[in-house]
Ligand binder design. Structure first.
Ligand code: HEM
Length: 207
């Protein structure tokens, strides 16, 4: 018989931020494709795609501050910082688990707790995304929104071509991330367990 206990893993501000962010990203990616490939695809008009992209972009930027304020004010931001003494060894173990162990029924080497919620691969990916890549995407998006108004800053950063390339490369990165993130999120004790936990806050622990 398995012994189950519920642990409170995702506080409310994180869940609210996460689902607004996820819906925002889906809309940004869809409208982003329409804007970037307007000659090839046509599921909405270009002006509509631009308008939706701009509004949703601002919503995602405002929403980011819910995440940032919660993590800085609560001090929980440390769950995002890898422990440099063992990060490499733990990351290798996690890769072995995803590449082999999981297919032969081995246990996950990382046990989720509220203080140590992420495995080392999640930790590194989420740290880069939340502190570098997402802010870079938001800043480049903001500058592209009012090119004339921000001309001085855009030139300081290397010009419009470079800025646009960064925004588009990050758009490809986030699109790929979304697929990998959703796949990895199905690897809980049931395929929907992690998704459910992101709504209820509670994750089931099986011993
Ligand atoms: C349809 C879209 C998405 C779905 C279904 C989804 C699903 C999930 C699930 C189930 C979790 C909890 C398990 C885990 O930590 O892996 C999670 C956590 C997380 N997701 Fe997503 N996600 C989506 C989009 C995104 C996007 C677009 C981003 C960032 C750009 C993102 C960033 C994160 C972060 C940082 C966490 C950890 C949050 C925390 O506990 O502090 N997710 N996601």
């Amino acid at each position: 018989m398995t012994n189950e206990k519920l642990i409170y893993i995702h506080p409310l501000p994180v869940r609210v931020w996460h689902w607004i962010n996820a819906s925002g990203f889906v809309l940004l990616i869809l409208t982003g494709f329409q804007i970037r490939y307007a000659e090839m695809i046509n599921f909405m008009t270009l002006p509509n795609a631009i308008t939706i992209h701009n509004y949703v972009g601002f919503a995602v930027i405002a929403n980011y501050f819910i995440w940032l304020t919660y993590y800085l004010a609560s001090g929980n931001v440390k769950i995002y910082i890898p422990d440099l003494r063992n990060v490499v060894a733990m990351a290798v173990k996690q890769v072995q688990y995803y590449g082999y162990g999981i297919f032969v029924g081995k246990p996950n080497p990382h046990i989720m707790t509220p203080e140590n919620k992420f495995n080392p691969l999640q930790q590194q990916a989420y740290l880069a995304i939340m502190f570098v890549l997402l802010p870079a995407q938001m800043m480049s998006g903001l500058f592209l929104w009012k090119i004339k108004g921000y001309e001085e800053y855009i030139n300081l950063l290397g010009g419009i071509k470079l800025l646009d390339t960064i925004h588009v490369l990050l758009f490809f990165f986030f699109t790929a991330f979304l697929f990998i993130h959703c796949y990895l999120a199905t690897l809980g004790h049931t395929p929907l367990a992690h998704f459910k936990a992101m709504f209820t806050g509670y994750e089931e622990h099986h011993e």
